[in-house]
Ligand binder design. Sequence first.
Ligand SMILES: [Zn+2]
Length: 148
Amino acid sequence: MPISDATLRTVTRQTENGPESYSYNPAVEAEVKAAPEWATAITTVDKMSRTIKCDSKKCENQTTFDPQSAEAVVALPDWVRTYRMVTLGNGARFGYCSDVCEVEGVTTGDHNVPEPKQVQEATGADMQRVIEQAKQVEKLKTKPSKKR
Ligand SMILES: [Zn+2]
């Protein structure tokens, strides 16, 4: 997903060396397990984080910010202003930071909704009809030349 929201929990504690903070996503079990014990022991207000990513394979643009913070929104990189989304008929979404990346994405063919293959086998009757039609065409072609 080019734009994804996550709820991050950021906790801070005072240590001998000053304040120490730790951020993790409480909805992801692995992140909760990886978090230090003191961090999971503290309960604080969860903070939202939004990640915007360019889907061009040749582009590294990606940013994570707090959509509820006006300062964070103002500080967003310039490419976010030209960010655009492409939504396919099947609901798949792609996001690009610029015209260049959008064109890059289009040329990969990823935007084509995969269509179920339609295999039509020609029956014997079909073949016979085609042969008959071909014969009729040949007759029409050869008629004028016979008159000469
Ligand atoms: Zn890009």
